[in-house]
Design a protein around this ligand. Sequence first.
Ligand code: 0GY
Length: 299
Amino acid sequence: MSGTFTMDPDWLVFDPDPTKPTFVLPSGTVDAHCHVFGPGSIFPYVPERKYTPCDASKDQLFALRDFLGVERNVIVQATCHGSDNSAMLNAVASSKGRARGVATVRPDVSENELTEMHDIGVRGVRFNYVRRLVDPEPDRYYHRIIEKIAPLGWHVVVYFEASDLEERWDFFTSIEIRVIVDHMGRPDVSKPVDGPDFQRFVRLLREHENVWSKVTCPERLSLTGPPYDDVVPFASYVVNEFPNRVLWGTDWPHPNLSDHMPDDGALVDFVPRIAPTASLQQALLVDNPARLYWEDSHG
Ligand code: 0GY
């Protein structure tokens, strides 16, 4: 392999020049869902990947962090890197304590590898069920991973489509450590907030206090486009109902979008629309991610 990659022909590249947000993020704000891609010449994309992105380096991520007024990042392993966590780990290691990581591991991962990742700053693993990104494994595969990470106090991040929740319910609710759901379980925002589909997701959080939600990706969920009015009722519902179990993030560099690339400044300005009070903002942006990623609690 030459070490260089050509991004997919229909790939949309992140906005290199976002607007300065009007909303001033509170001190200590964490972007709790973002990625790094490569650069492929240093950290090759894995052969089994389902997309080849543009490179999106740690330096570009840290520059965006500073521009938006974010203080810290949680860098989530992207599927184009499979279970080779080296790009993510390199970014976390060079953040001077200002980033934590969420890894992808296989059940045969060793205790030593997990301890090394913990020491660098990893605090969770991601299980991805979105078929256009990965081929999901049987439950026992994930249970074996949970057994290995639980002693470290790590959590599980799950990414799935709304239509998968019913089928995965028994597995998700059998997990005893914390479970963080990406992007509110990807609701169909053309359906009502109080309809059965979104209420199934709400029930997951209501009945299981170890389940949290990221109120991320209005740009991915919206059917009407910016300023993402159709996503506001869903995200504000979750923030209001579960103020101490929600996380916010940019999802930079926004993989696999097909119709538009969001302005990251506008994503920051979306926050007060879903978390209108200072106390909701403090919990969403600062206190919740600090508790999850910067305190070594095993709760
Ligand atoms: C996201 C969403 C996506 C991609 C990935 O790891 C990934 O490749 O997470 C997606 O395509 O919906 O959370 O970044």
